[in-house]
Design a protein around this ligand. Structure first.
Ligand SMILES: [Zn+2]
Length: 294
């Protein structure tokens, strides 16, 4: 007599079971992603493909070579520190002492405060929520306290923190700080749009090998225009962006001309409305000329 077939011994049974399991897993993952805006956002970050930055190399023809001293004395020129690189191998320069202003008990650089206010107004308009600054400038002693309580993964060593420059801000939405900042519309908005307001997400997802820090969606760094937008639109860290600015090469981006140089004579566009000069903490100065319209 023929023995009845046992279903779990058949190949078809296991195939159907595996397919059902896969379907359940996909449904569960889909359900979780639908519920968790922060996970959905991080997945979209991982899948995002970035175009190269909109920088074109420019010839110095027609520009005037001006001695550095003379250029720095030009009333249209401002000395800033917006592109100062501070990381595990580039400490805050000795004697660096920023002129600070205060935002509700959080000191920061006036230019960073102004940019932050503009961005916060936009966040409020677009998402109905406002941002709060949890931490701005920190003294070396305060940074040491952070470092001792948080450890290397959460805070940089004293002397190696951007917070000591007055250009870094840790922001949150009421009740949503740290990684949960991304659970809010405002948090995701800031992570997508801060480049338009002269800020970058200084420690982006998946770039810890370049920055030395894991993803911090709450830590903003003021770098000025057009640099912030160029970095955010092309997914570049500050480290990678500075690497891209070949010394003594003129770059044009929209209404800006950018030059990174250690030279004492600077090719200068004939008609510029303003120029910001920033030390990069790597041995160069970066000149950002804003050209006159028309
Ligand atoms: Zn921070």
């Amino acid at each position: 007599m023929r023995r009845p077939a046992i279903p779990w011994r058949s190949r078809r049974f296991w195939l159907v079971a595996a397919l059902c399991l896969l379907l359940c897993l996909l449904l569960a993952a889909g359900g979780l992603l639908a519920l968790r805006g922060d996970w959905r956002y991080r997945l979209s970050l991982r899948l995002r493909r970035y175009p190269p930055p909109e920088l074109t190399v420019l010839s110095a023809e027609g520009m005037t070579a001006r001695p550095l001293d003379e250029l720095l004395a030009d009333p249209r020129v401002t000395v800033s520190a917006e592109l100062l690189l501070v990381n595990g191998s580039h400490p805050v320069p000795d004697g660096f002492s920023p002129d600070l202003t205060d935002e509700g008990g959080c000191p920061m650089l006036p230019a960073a405060l102004e940019a932050f206010r503009r961005m916060n107004n936009a966040v409020r308009e677009q998402t109905g929520t406002r941002l709060y600054v949890l931490s701005g400038w920190r003294s070396a002693a305060e940074q040491e306290q952070e470092w001792l309580s948080g450890g290397e993964q959460l805070a940089a060593r004293p002397g190696y923190s951007e917070h000591q420059t007055g250009m870094a801000l840790d922001v949150c939405v009421l009740g949503y700080g740290g990684m949960s900042f991304l659970k809010t519309d405002a948090g995701r908005w800031v992570n997508n749009r801060c480049g338009e307001y002269s800020f970058i997400i200084r420690y982006p997802d998946g770039k810890s090998e370049e920055t030395g820090m894991s993803y911090e969606p709450w830590h903003l760094r003021y770098v000025g225009a057009p640099h912030a937008q160029l970095m955010m639109e092309s997914g570049l860290t500050l480290e990678a962006y500075l690497e891209l600015l070949t010394p003594d090469t003129l770059f044009r981006s929209g209404e800006y001309v950018i030059l990174r140089t250690a030279a004492q004579t600077v090719p200068t566009p004939d008609s510029f409305s303003s120029c910001s000069v920033s030390d990069d903490n790597c041995g160069y100065r970066i000149f950002t000329f804003q050209l006159c319209e028309g």
